[in-house]
Ligand binder design. Sequence first.
Ligand code: ATP
Length: 511
Amino acid sequence: MANNEELFKKITSHAKEYGFIFPSSEIYDGMAAVYDYGQWGVELKNNIRNYWWKSMTQWHENIVGIDSAIFMHPTIWKASGHIDAFNDPLIDNKDSKKRYRADVLIEDHISKIEDKINKEIEKAAKRFGDSFDKAQFVATNQRVAEYTAKAQEIQTKYASLMQNNDLAGIKKLIEDLEIVCPVSGTRNWTDVRQFNLMFSTKVGSVTDDADTIYLRPETAQGIFVNYLNVQKTGRMKIPFGIAQTGKAFRNEIVARQFIFRMREFEQMEMQFFVRPGEELKWFEYWKEERMHWHLSLGISPDKYRFHDHEKLAHYANAATDIEFEFPFGFKELEGIHSRTDFDLKRHQEFSGKKLQYFDPELNESYVPYVIETSIGLDRMFLAIFSNAYTEESLDDGSSRVVLRLPRMLAPVKAAVLPLVKKDGMPERAREIMEDLKYDFNLIYEEKDAIGKRYRRQDAIGTPFCITIDSQTMADNTVTIRERDNMQQERISAEKLRSYLSENINLKKYRK
Ligand code: ATP
């Protein structure tokens, strides 16, 4: 764990040092849980968003996108349940004065037990070597069985307390588990209270209460309230989906862990409208489809797992998270929810407008059921960035930091580097830039020795470095160096476009 904390620190400072992410308002000492994306960060973020957007709207014929406003009619949040139920249970430690999410304290406690199980497995794997049978060990080892039962018991109890909104019971569970404040080390806790996460503001006259509006805490409601507009104008037939990306705002109680949990963040959400009764089939479909999307980026499958929900939100009849192994452990990256007809029915009720769909095949009208896929863009950024960060010792005794980003997501696709600043090399390099810059995001660099320039590109994840040297001037060939294996090959400058297209190709990442 200590090592991972160290690694996470390195990742956050690398993100700052190389222009990916800066603390917001830094010259005024920053703002908790708000971050700005720098010159390379914005490119990587845009590329992730684009990849998601294309995978939804371009690769599925029955999904279209929208971009709805952040400000919405306040009754929407009454209908959606956010005004009454978008709460987190908070608890304070009276000694350290630190505030925590009660549910997170309990989840962390369960994770610690799971860590113990994993340690037992690791120890046994070492002891038994090649003959180790993990499944058999887990099924038969006494200590693993005890830990598993304990974790299960806490999980069940906690789920039922949350389900019943039993705040006193949650406090008692924290006390019974002897959970201490990580800062003060004491068990001197306040009662658990509910805290609404929505930010509010006023439009128009400041004194009038009726003018209170909210910054949207999710992008989904903008899709629900536009569902009929899109269905009618797009002549969409069920099943169909509407995708949207955009900012969302939550007054998070505990906002730590860099861009994992922010107060202003971006979501990428898709609501898929289906026939009532078919929702669980589509829920399974989207579980698989979304996991496939993640794996298509070439990140190891070991880094991902599903976590099915015990406690379902008020609107859901099935829910799972795709969890990713961040440097601080497995945490939610994306949620997939079967939201039933809850949202559309509520909007029908609160707006007085019919939100039904006439199904020509069944010859009847109904309110569609909805499967939602919801992923945080910033969290996805953190997943990709932390996974890509690699420190390497090289054969010559030196070391380098390289960002092994999926090529198509890299901020810069290739660096164009004249070996020296003379003999026509800069001019030739500029010509190459001019020829390729409409198709690829390129960078031109002539300062410093070539080795140093390679390292700078490695550190921002540029997949290719194109070097123009004296041989280029003679025969129009260039060297092209690949980021991960550092191999160089010499190709004709005329082949650069096709070389880059072939090697930075979206299709490579699909099934
Ligand atoms: P958590 O349990 O971590 O608070 P959640 O279950 O409230 O997340 P959802 O409401 O399902 O999250 O939101 C969908 C996705 O939006 C999450 O999977 C996550 O990737 C992203 N997300 C939610 N809250 C934040 C936040 N404060 N900062 C960054 N991303 C967030």
